[in-house]
Design a protein around this ligand. Sequence first.
Ligand code: FAD
Length: 323
Amino acid sequence: MSDNIHTNVLIIGSGPAGYTAGVYASRAMLEPILVQGIQPGGQLTITTEVENWPGDTEVQGPDLMIRMESHAREVGTNVIADIILSVDLSKRPFTAIGDSGTTYTADAIILATGAQARWLGLDSEEKFKGFGVSACATCDGFFYRGKDVVVIGGGNTAVEEALFLTKFASKVTVIHRRDELRAEKILQHRLFNNDKIEMLWDHQLEEVYGSDEPLGVEGVRAKNVKTGEITEIPCSGCFIAIGHAPSSELVKDALETHMGGYVVTAPDSTATSIPGVFAAGDLTDHIYRQAVTSAGMGCMAALEAEKFLSELETENAPAKAAE
Ligand SMILES: Cc1cc2nc3c(=O)[nH]c(=O)nc-3n(C[C@H](O)[C@H](O)[C@H](O)COP(=O)(O)OP(=O)(O)OC[C@H]3O[C@@H](n4cnc5c(N)ncnc54)[C@H](O)[C@@H]3O)c2cc1C
């Protein structure tokens, strides 16, 4: 049997943005519902050490997300294990249909469905994810102080990651399957002028290899796309930098998006192109993509949702009084 649940604020997503929105919306007495989605806790549940969450010198990603969930529940967020399959943002209350058969209606919606790093799909990449294979230099670069690393890709992401990694690594080899970069010229200029960076053109990653106990990367094998020849590069880290994809499938036809699907929000705000619909975290952020920035945007979204709902109440008050 299907259920219908109405809420003031429906939060879709359970990463740092979603749980922070839950904390703030609960403390504003909005009694929010938060739907967790297929990855309860979001992207940080697939990493190990997080060393840049303020207040924790080091915390395991999954542990941090369990704490965020507990905090949100503790202050009153109704956290529901469900996946939203579709949303109707054309009229208020907004409607969202869950995989469970539940129909959620809401006066305001906070979208916090995040993003996913693009991966190559190699078995060895999967094996060493979080143990030498990473998709985030800002998050993990620090672990490669004085070590050699490789970066896979040729666009802006790859060049930015490579440049960032030179702060820590002794050598950064960028492996690109073409003979020129797609990155902006200014970034290319910085890359080619950096002594720590070496390019391996016309090569694609074939395999990451390493030790099993402890699990760790010892190098990569790259194949020349023209000759088929294999080059082995010993290294401690392999950064896959072929881009990120925002999880905006639910709303891509209803809301304004840009840069390959990131939801557009108003300047200094989480307001989307539809009043009452707010977007926070990696879903809207193609620049910083950090837990702390996502949490910050979750806070903003809840505060803006609260303001939107109280203005709505004021607007509706004269009509109610006249009844
Ligand atoms: C391997 C790795 C390591 C990282 N390390 C760090 C680090 O050390 N420090 C740091 O600051 N950042 C790190 N990041 C980045 C950080 O994880 C993200 O910036 C952050 O998680 C984004 O938070 P978010 O709330 O926007 O979304 P996400 O964490 O992406 O969460 C999205 C949520 O939306 C839910 N969802 C999606 N679709 C639906 C749907 N249809 N219905 C319901 N729910 C849905 C998902 O289930 C998930 O819960 C790392 C990322 C990765 C991949």
